[in-house]
Design a protein around this ligand. Structure first.
Ligand code: AMP
Ligand code: GLY
Length: 424
């Protein structure tokens, strides 16, 4: 099978690694890929999705897998399907579950799926009146895609009003903030739960936990994610059952009934409040760095999972996961997440320890290969060190041993990934 992976991050690299160990996969292309994906396959530069679809047809690509949300919201899946190509991901219409917070919140409300109490509005007066009915802290969200930055957790009513005013005036997020959602703050612990869907059926993946803040102990600014691990003991059988009954089934049935069956990855941002799951948000793609810890846990061939999902035949597949743990530590550049950092050469020490070698690897993200063949850190999140083990502790220790083998100027990472699972 010939597979095309769209995207350029650590997420796409980890999908590439899973495809590489699948004997059914003949060749992998990355569009555009990064400075390290060319070790797994071939990088492609392309001008637009139409051109990419033409390439896919001419090269006889059997399956395209889309990593990031932007191409999905822009309709890459619709375009590829019109060309008769097999592609894994939701249509533009279904991708609104991530593309518009208002669409998502109203969908949840229509189908009785548990979520925080909210209003959607483009009027400051309405926002202000609703804020008055809530207890602080209060959450204010821009409707559109803001690269993960459109959510403000205001510590007081006054600050919530300020945030709403800033968004609605266009000052904070431009057009993406012309409508907002104001909602109650949910106090609990957060999980990332992923389901690979084919429109009707789904396969639920081991629940993961992300670490969104820059610094240890969940301090500092929000980032794209500084590390993840899976499966998390914070999700038990009962919680999976509640999620399937109250969230996944009604979502797939609801999307189908509304004429936009959901295929692709449904990413449930879950807050567990006193044992009850509540949906914070939907995304329509894998999380990054969650994908980097989930892909190594996949025992079944990756092409089988994604191809069957893309062709509406998940019910025929038996998808298995390794009974192990994975911990991923993001290694970021010096100035992340504030501004870019000067390119820095990456040196990875040779690993002589056989056990570490067999149970850890790097997923590369913000890297560029220069003409001298050397790899440079050029992005914010540069790479993810992944450790595998029979316990979270073992996996975590291996991930951090690998972090110690990686060097570049300004390297930074959290040292407490998976702490919530390791608390005594
Ligand atoms: P979102 O982009 O909607 O996932 O929000 C980003 C982050 O803000 C989430 O991962 C949560 O940590 C936090 N957050 C969003 N909504 C709420 C809420 N209603 N209550 C508490 N935290 C929230
Ligand atoms: N790690 C969270 C996300 O990808 O949105």
């Amino acid at each position: 099978m010939k597979v095309l992976v769209v995207g350029s991050g650590g997420r796409e690299y980890s999908i590439g690694l899973a495809l590489q160990r699948d004997p059914a996969v003949e060749k992998i292309w990355f569009a555009p890929g990064n400075g390290a994906t060319d070790e797994l396959g071939e990088n492609l530069s392309f001008a637009g999705y139409k051109e990419l679809a033409e390439f896919a047809r001419e090269a006889g690509i059997d399956l395209t897998i889309v990593g990031p949300e932007a191409p999905l919201v822009d309709g890459i899946v619709d375009l590829f399907r019109e060309e008769g190509l097999t592609i894994f991901g939701p249509s533009a219409q279904a991708a609104q579950l991530e593309g518009s917070k208002i669409f998502m919140k109203n969908f949840l409300a229509r189908h009785g799926i548990p979520t925080a109490r909210y209003i959607e509005t483009d009027s400051f007066e309405k926002a202000e009146a609703f804020i008055e009915t809530l207890d602080a802290p209060i959450v204010v969200k821009a409707d559109g895609l803001c690269a993960g930055k459109g959510v403000i957790i205001a510590p007081s009513k006054e600050e919530a009003k300020e945030a709403a005013r800033g968004m609605l005036s266009g000052e904070s997020f431009g057009e993406a903030g012309s409508k907002i959602v104001v909602e109650e703050f949910l106090d609990g612990y957060e999980l990332s739960v992923f389901a690979v869907c084919d429109g009707k059926d789904y396969v639920i993946l081991p629940a993961a936990q992300d670490h969104k803040r820059l610094l240890n102990g969940d301090k500092g600014p929000n980032t794209g994610g500084m590390g993840a691990y899976a499966p998390t003991p914070l999700a038990d059988e009962e919680l999976y059952r509640k999620l399937e009954e109250r969230v996944l089934r009604p979502t797939l049935d609801g999307m189908e009934a509304e004429g936009m069956p959901f295929s692709g990855v449904l990413f449930l941002g879950v807050m567990v409040v006193k044992g009850e799951p509540c949906i914070l948000e939907y995304n329509v793609r894998f999380g990054d760095p969650e994908c980097e810890v989930l892909m190594p846990l996949l025992k079944s061939p990756a092409s089988e999972l994604f191809y069957k999902a893309a062709t509406g035949r998940l019910s025929e597949a038996t998808i298995e996961f390794h009974d192990r743990y994975a911990v991923g530590v993001v290694v970021a550049s010096k100035n992340y997440p504030y501004k870019s950092s000067p390119p820095a050469e990456i040196i990875v020490d040779e690993i002589h320890h056989e056990e570490l070698k067999a149970n850890s690897h790097i997923s590369y993200a913000g890297v560029t290969r220069e003409e001298d063949g050397k790899l440079y850190a050029t992005g914010g999140r540069v790479l993810v060190c992944v450790g595998l083990g029979d316990s979270i502790r073992e996996a975590r220790d291996r991930a951090y041993l690998l972090v110690g083998q990686v060097h570049f100027a300004g390297k930074q990472c959290r040292t407490d990934i998976a702490y919530q699972a390791l608390q005594e």
